[in-house]
Ligand binder design. Structure first.
Ligand code: PBG
Length: 331
């Protein structure tokens, strides 16, 4: 006797039959307006300089910032995040706070070019400016001094806000940085400048190419301030603390290895949630595509889709311009 195989009653494949059907029932979408493109500006550079470990991304000279911002606006993306490489570094990261420091000059250029169309964000952290490469100032014992760093961050925030930044990206992982910076801004009447807190920022191996891009001097690691990759609950705690301290947007970083944290933060947060698809995540796709092992476009689109599906409202990604174009072509 042969067993009768029952015909399926439930057929999820019905909704996958055509391109139109799949598009109709799609649960989440990536829109160019959600994308933020990181830009690297190097003091004293003449012309742009490719970054070997970040194919397609260049260090820009100060006079290239306006064009890069106009290109981003024309592509329809939501914002840019500025990082800078100063000509000189010192233990206190002095150039970070100087009104004529390279990052603050770049912010002014970007803000003038962006107008109201595009959101100009600036990285608020000392690692690009310190000779030792740490995200804060060091105490006598050689360790990063949390509270002394907050005082410098507050000054840096004022410089960035006065230069015209719309959003400050707090990436240093010092305790209390959101509250300290919010208070400094508000005391100075800069109440409309928003804070994007890199809340759950993990001590990750995937920042490697970024450290090439900013010519990092770091010797050692950031494990005493960035989070342990093993900890999910702590990511929720960090995001909740930043929200309570006044963050306007919270972030999880990197993105793909921490999609679980992203999903939980997105479920718990009452403010928008960002995710950073970081340099090493980007570089993996670029390198494999270069070897013919991955379809670059399909891989980048799937990644962006996954990050939005997990709950991100915005994505920082080096692929922002290509993604915007592909999304337009697929629509
Ligand atoms: C610190 C900062 C880093 C990144 C963004 N902000 C580097 C670090 O923490 O070592 C990494 C981003 C990336 O890898 O794309 N200012």
């Amino acid at each position: 006797m042969t067993a009768r195989i029952p015909l399926p009653v439930h057929r999820p494949r019905r909704l996958r039959t055509t391109r139109g059907m799949r598009a109709l029932v799609r649960e989440s979408r990536v829109h160019p307006r959600q994308l933020v493109l990181p830009l690297f500006v190097k003091e004293g550079l003449i012309g742009s300089q490719p970054i070997a470990s970040l194919p397609g991304v260049d260090q820009l000279p100060l006079d290239g910032v306006a064009d890069a911002v106009r290109e981003a606006a024309a592509a329809g993306i939501g914002g840019v995040m500025l990082f800078a490489i100063p000509a000189t570094r010192d233990p206190l990261g002095t150039a970070a706070c100087a009104a004529d420091g390279i990052l603050n000059l770049a912010i002014a250029e970007a803000a003038a070019a962006a107008g109201d169309d595009l959101v100009v964000m600036a990285d608020l952290c000392l690692d690009e400016f310190t000779s030792h490469g740490h995200c804060g100032v060091l105490g006598p014992d050689g360790r990063v001094d949390n509270d002394a760093t907050l005082l410098v961050y507050a000054q840096m925030a004022l410089s960035q806000a006065r230069a015209g930044a719309h959003v400050l990206g707090l990436s240093g992982m010092m305790d209390g940085q959101t509250a300290a910076i919010r208070a400094a801004l508000d005391d100075d009447g800069l109440t409309e400048v928003a804070i994007l807190a890199y809340s759950a920022k993990y001590a990750s191996a995937f920042y490697g190419p970024f450290r090439d891009a900013v010519e990092s001097n770091l010797d050692g690691d950031r494990k005493t301030y960035q989070m342990d990759p093993a900890n999910g609950r702590e990511g929720l705690r960090e995001a909740a603390l930043d929200e309570a301290e006044g963050a306007d947007i919270v972030m999880v970083k990197p993105a793909l290895p921490y999609l679980d944290v992203l999903a939980e933060v997105a479920a718990a947060s009452s403010v928008p949630v960002a995710a950073y698809h970081v340099s090493g995540e980007y570089a993996q796709i670029e390198a494999a595509s270069e070897l013919g092992w991955l379809d670059r476009r399909a891989a980048h689109m799937e990644v962006a889709q996954s990050i939005v599906r997990a709950g991100a409202d915005l994505i920082l990604t080096y692929a922002a311009l290509d993604l915007a174009r592909w999304i337009g072509e697929d629509a």
